[in-house]
Design a protein around this ligand. Structure first.
Ligand SMILES: *Cc1c(COP(=O)(O)O)cnc(C)c1O
Length: 463
């Protein structure tokens, strides 16, 4: 090999097995280390990152040296989101079976756009979708697609909503766009997730051009405050507020919206999973009557990023909004073509990890995961109240909001907890009150993890 040539394919093949084994060894050591290391990286761990900001070199670096840089420089500078005591955002870990499935799927390197070209991936996705529809109590036969997360799931489902509502008004929005289209009213709750507004903006429906419905102290839309609805309309309800975990009164909202011919979309990024647990199912009561749903698998199902799901009652509405055709692409034939139901054409087969999680957990395992994390959240709330701190929300799901006093005091406690490293919690402002969020979403969190974290939180808050 001369100096300018790349490593020959046969050399790369020759070293491949050793490289992949080394990656598995390093990844396993990383995951096992999460039990004992502090949750947020220390600043000393971040310092070596500056070496990565180097110019691209002309020379080649052998693959094993590249892997070593990743592990030695970057692993210590990660947040232990995969570990048992990360309670920020709404972040699950990845079930070990889903990490393993992800590695295998990466080796397959399937472009999951077409069922005729990648039959294995297509069947896994189809099976996973069928299981999910059953597990989440959604209507049989609804259309669905794997997307990157709930942001894109909201976008995808709302594109189907836009299609149908404007088609009924005699307008083909895919062909003609929105210039000159009949107006489409969008109704949202005051506490809708920020990404829902982003999805509306991407769809040309406007982040601000919405009717906002007032909410109660838990962030639930007050159904009696819904405006009189007429003409093309989409009502966006929420299952699981990102701060409180509260659900909009879906049944009432759907009753009023459907009476006026409106479409009801539900953002259930994590809350939709309540339907999979018999003890929490009542929270999602009536949800199956909606027209579309967005959820995440990378939150409560604990699969690797990125994985969200859009479901639409009328599969043809989703197809109309998403399908493409081109002469060089294989015809759909009789099989469901994944790319007919998502914004992407080429994409990874992200249904593989969902299939692996569901196959491994079964119906009982999913229910147990949801129940267990909700129980951990209830224990956090109980422990914090007993220590004299104010829990701001009804802890019916996996979210806990706690105030330690003034905004300044609460902010200091959050910073103290993050620096201490026993666990990690983020902050928020809930209806004017600064609060700390505890979101229990990981398979890895055990009861001792909760007690250890409670002890640290209370110790820091009292200091
Ligand atoms: C997390 C969340 C989203 C956004 O999900 P991503 O997967 O980050 O795109 C949307 N809505 C709600 C209610 C959420 O909790």
């Amino acid at each position: 090999m001369n100096e300018t040539a790349g490593p020959a394919p046969d050399l790369l093949r020759h070293t491949r097995a050793a490289l992949l084994e080394e990656a598995a060894r390093r990844a396993t050591a990383y995951l096992e280390g999460l039990e004992t290391r502090q949750v947020s990286p220390m600043s000393a761990d971040e310092a070596p990152l500056s070496a990565l900001e180097e110019p691209l070199t002309d020379e080649q670096v052998p693959p094993d040296a590249v892997l070593r840089i990743l592990d030695e420089v970057c692993s210590p500078a990660t947040m232990a989101m995969a570990g048992p005591r990360f309670f920020g955002f709404v972040v699950g870990g990845s079930l070990p079976v889903t990490v393993a499935a992800n590695w295998l799927a990466a080796a397959w390197d399937q472009n999951a756009a077409f069922s005729s070209v990648t039959p294995g991936a297509a069947v896994l996705e189809r099976a996973a979708l069928r299981w999910l529809i059953e597990l989440l109590g959604l209507p049989q036969g609804c259309g669905a697609g794997f997307v990157t997360g709930a942001t894109m799931a909201n976008f995808t489902a709302l594109a189907a909503a836009r299609h149908t509502q404007l088609q009924r008004a005699g307008w083909n929005v895919e062909a003609e766009g929105l210039f000159g289209a009949p107006p489409l009213t969008v109704v949202v709750g005051e506490e809708a997730h920020s990404t829902l507004f982003k999805a509306l903006g991407l769809l040309g429906l406007g982040r601000k051009r919405v009717v906002r419905v007032p909410v109660d102290g838990q962030g639930r839309m007050r159904a009696e405050k819904l405006p009189r609805l007429s003409g093309p309309t989409v009502v966006c309800a929420q299952a699981g507020n990102v701060n409180t975990g509260a659900f909009d009164p879906i049944r009432e909202i759907i009753g009023k919206a459907h009476a006026a011919g409106a479409w009801v979309h539900v953002d259930g990024a994590f809350g939709l999973w309540a339907a999979a647990a018999p003890g929490r199912r009542h929270l999602a009561e009536g949800i199956a009557e909606a027209d579309s749903w967005a959820t995440d698998a990378h939150k409560w199902l604990n699969v690797p990023y990125d994985c969200g799901l859009a479901f639409v009652r009328d599969p043809e509405a989703l197809r109309a909004a998403m399908a493409i055709t081109a002469d060089y692409l294989p015809p759909a034939g009789t099989q469901r073509n994944p790319s007919d139901y998502t914004p992407e054409l080429s994409r990874r087969a992200r249904g593989v990890e969902v299939w692996a999680a569901l196959k491994s957990l079964g119906r009982n395992g999913v229910a147990e995961l949801v129940e267990r994390t909700c129980r951990h959240a209830a224990r956090f709330a109980e422990g914090l109240r007993a220590a004299g701190f104010e829990v701001l929300n009804d802890v019916d799901l996996n979210q806990v909001l706690v105030s330690f006093g003034s905004a300044e005091k609460t902010g200091k406690v959050i910073a103290g907890i993050q620096a201490d490293g026993t666990c990690w919690c983020g902050g928020t402002v809930w209806q004017g009150t600064t609060a700390m969020r505890i979101s229990v979403s990981s398979w890895a969190t055990t009861a001792p993890d909760v007690e250890r974290s409670l002890e640290a939180i209370i110790r820091i808050a009292r200091a």
